[in-house]
Design a protein around this ligand. Structure first.
Ligand code: KG4
Ligand code: ZN
Length: 407
């Protein structure tokens, strides 16, 4: 019926786009799977970034009750939920596995036991359905999520702050990052979770179901931060790395002092929790702001960002914090950058961001593996090329910026 050349073209189109009907324009579909920490997430997305179906199971309440994430418990909960979560995402999208063009799964960094569940499930799934596999770096996914919502051309500066990480990087391409700074000890979300736990905020009527960061943000709204003047970390280190362990120590000392003054035991709510929350949140925000300010100056001095409309993207679970967003907006206004933050539901972990990372990689043909290739998970994995030594060597002193935010 068709001349051979046309037939070949049609076959090629069919192979490239995995689409049965040639009439309707059809996009490739990616299933994204996330299990790197305490959320079991899955989503099906088309190539334009449209979410066709998603499902998310959060373990937050269990870990709140046990006073932190116990890796074995997280693993067991992922194991119990992964099949259902993936099934739900597929059903809600009305997409059969056979119609998928690829499966993208977080394989690094994260809790080994949690990553293992997502990876094992995905390995079986891609073999069973004979689908290409796209291993995903969790922080790359956080960094690229914003591009699912609006066109943000490379390069841009990105600050990623979550329960497991804090980093500043220049995103130059889907798989091309220059790392300017990262946490030397714990992550800001981890610090906020631990402070909230030390304050026993789970016993506070307004906070019992909130993550530590959410609880501190809520209480800080009515707190007076000036009652606890915590020192901003690393004031004498002129680089873009972060440290939060010292801040946690300062907060713990202040809590112990107050407990002694009020004559109460650890585990009882202090009368000044709101002030401690406000001071902790402010110090975290101000540390993030100073390191980001230096990263912006470094990028400008080295021509690493476009002169027209340079952008800072802020993402990761901690980026849902309004106070932190406002603090960073003061820095971007001062330095002439444009600040972009995905809405809170796309800042925290989910399957959607992994599916989008898969779409970005599929479009560029980067890191797409055949179904039978063996992939290992990596609990620790830096994002991109580490430039933190160069940033430190530049020893940039910053002009002071007044950070005053009304609650
Ligand atoms: O990105 P995410 O969902 O998981 C990780 O990859 O870690 O981030 C979770 C972290 C938790 O530490 C939580 O306390 C923090 O994000 N978080 C917040 C807020 N909402 C979540 N921190 C500060 N303010 C918030 N509103
Ligand atoms: Zn995350």
């Amino acid at each position: 019926m068709f001349p051979t050349k046309v037939k070949r073209l049609l076959q090629l189109r069919h192979t490239l786009w995995g689409c049965a009907s040639l009439k309707a324009p059809c996009s490739r579909l990616v299933l994204g799977i996330e299990t790197s920490c305490d959320d079991t997430g899955a989503a099906v997305m088309d190539e334009s970034g449209k979410i066709l179906g998603e499902s998310l199971h959060s373990q937050k309440e269990v870990h709140l009750r046990t006073g932190g994430i116990i890796p074995k418990v997280a693993q067991q909960l992922h194991r119990e939920n992964i099949e259902r979560v993936v099934q739900e995402a597929l059903e809600r999208s009305h997409v059969a596995p056979s119609r998928l063009s690829a499966v993208a799964t977080t394989v690094k960094p994260g809790l080994g036991l949690s990553l293992g569940i997502g990876l094992d499930f995905s390995r079986r799934f891609v073999r069973q359905h004979n689908k290409p596999f796209i291993p995903i770096h969790h922080m790359e996914a956080h960094a690229l999520t914003v591009r699912m919502l609006q066109p943000v051309p490379f390069p841009f500066l990105v600050l990623l702050v979550s329960g497991g990480h804090s980093l500043l990087a220049v995103a130059r391409g889907v798989d091309d990052f220059l790392l300017l700074g990262h946490s030397l000890d714990e992550a800001p979300g981890d610090t906020m979770d631990k402070v909230a736990r030390r304050l026993s905020l789970i016993k506070h009527p307004q906070c019992s179901t909130l993550s530590g960061g959410q609880a501190l943000e809520l209480l800080a709204k009515d707190g007076d931060r000036s009652r606890f003047p915590f020192r901003t970390p690393m004031g004498q280190t002129y680089d873009c790395c972060f440290s939060f362990a010292g801040l946690r120590n300062q907060v713990n000392m202040a809590i112990m002092k107050k407990e002694a003054e009020e004559g109460i035991e650890q585990g009882t709510l202090l009368s000044c929790v709101k002030d401690i929350a406000a001071a902790t949140q402010h110090t975290v925000a101000s540390h993030l702001a100073k390191r980001t300010h230096r990263a912006i100056v470094f990028c400008k001095e080295n021509g690493m960002l476009p002169s027209s409309n340079p952008t800072l993207v802020l993402s990761g679970g901690v980026a849902s914090n309004e106070y932190i967003r406002k603090t960073l907006s003061i820095i971007t206004e001062t330095t002439g950058l444009h600040l972009l933050c995905p809405p809170a539901k796309f800042c925290t972990d989910n399957g959607v961001m992994i599916a989008w990372n898969g779409v970005e990689r599929l479009r560029e043909g980067k890191g797409i593996l055949p179904p039978n290739v063996d992939v290992c998970y990596e609990p620790k994995a830096l994002l991109g090329v580490d430039m933190s030594a160069e940033v430190r060597a530049a020893a940039i002193r910053l002009p002071s910026v007044r950070i005053k935010i009304h609650n």
